[in-house]
Design a binder for this molecule. Structure first.
Ligand code: TMP
Ligand code: ASP
Length: 237
């Protein structure tokens, strides 16, 4: 598998075309941004951790019957994935109040919900990824009704698998963001990444934040938090 040409450079990853038309190579960078790119920085070693963590989690999700774009880890920072057209929806599942939920609804962080919530944002940096509902997504033709149902079903399944896995690592899965893609045959699969960039992960005992909020909120100890989460994943039997 060889990179041919760079297709796209995002905030945290580069994406390359390959000699196979159905496959891409993603390369994870150490660059970190927050607040729609307003805050910029770098987290040493993040690309390596996010690449490997995302791959291990996608393997688990595949085993649980959730289709993903993951194909093969090529190197510390590079992974072969299936080529998809990304559905321009950021799918956010929350188990516990935090972040924009707490801010928007005026509640403290840490309230455990009776059942998880789901929300969509329109993946559009120029507009600041505005929140939208199913009807808005349909009006904008971002997805079909069937695709939206499939995405919701998979997103809640991902939550159950990841919640249980992280719980066994002594980590509470507070919330996370997923992106889905459409393959050439029209099926919906999980794409993008699952990492401390895209999840809120709290130590189950101390509630210490072990994710990108440490960068967003200038809390320090960012690299150590990413390493801690990776070590817990690797030490899971
Ligand atoms: P929020 O509370 O800021 O809406 O974030 C919810 C979850 O989504 C949190 O785990 C972080 C993740 N997230 C991303 O992955 N990318 C983003 O651009 C944003 C805003 C949040
Ligand atoms: N990565 C996103 C950005 O820079 C935001 C975030 O993760 O907080 O816009």
């Amino acid at each position: 598998m060889k990179k041919t040409k760079q297709l796209y450079e995002g905030k945290a990853k580069k994406v390359y075309l390959t000699d196979s038309p159905e496959l891409l190579i993603v390369e994870y960078k150490d660059d970190a941004t927050a607040f729609n790119g307003l805050k910029k920085g770098s987290i040493a070693g993040k690309g390596v951790i996010n690449n490997q963590m995302s791959n291990r989690l996608m393997e688990r999700l595949e085993q649980a019957g959730i289709p993903t774009h993951y194909v093969e880890e090529l190197s510390e920072r590079e992974t072969v994935v299936k080529k998809v057209s990304i559905v321009p929806l950021e799918v956010i599942i929350r188990n516990i109040s935090a972040g924009s939920f707490s801010k928007k609804y005026g509640v403290e962080e840490g309230i455990v919900f009776d059942q998880p919530t789901i929300e969509f944002s329109y993946k559009n940096d120029d507009l600041g990824d505005p929140l939208l509902n199913d009807y808005h997504a349909l009006a904008l033709k971002l997805a079909t009704p069937e695709e939206i149902e499939t995405i919701k079903k998979y997103a809640f399944q991902v939550n159950e698998v990841l919640k249980a896995f992280w719980n066994e690592c002594g980590i509470t899965l507070v919330d996370f963001k997923l992106e889905f893609g459409k393959t050439s045959d029209g099926s919906i699969i999980l794409a993008d990444e699952i990492s401390p960039d895209t999840c809120r992960l709290w130590d189950s005992k101390t509630k210490e934040k072990l994710d990108k909020d440490r960068f967003r909120r200038d809390m320090g100890g960012v690299e150590d938090a990413y390493s801690e989460v990776m070590n817990r994943l690797l030490n899971h039997k």
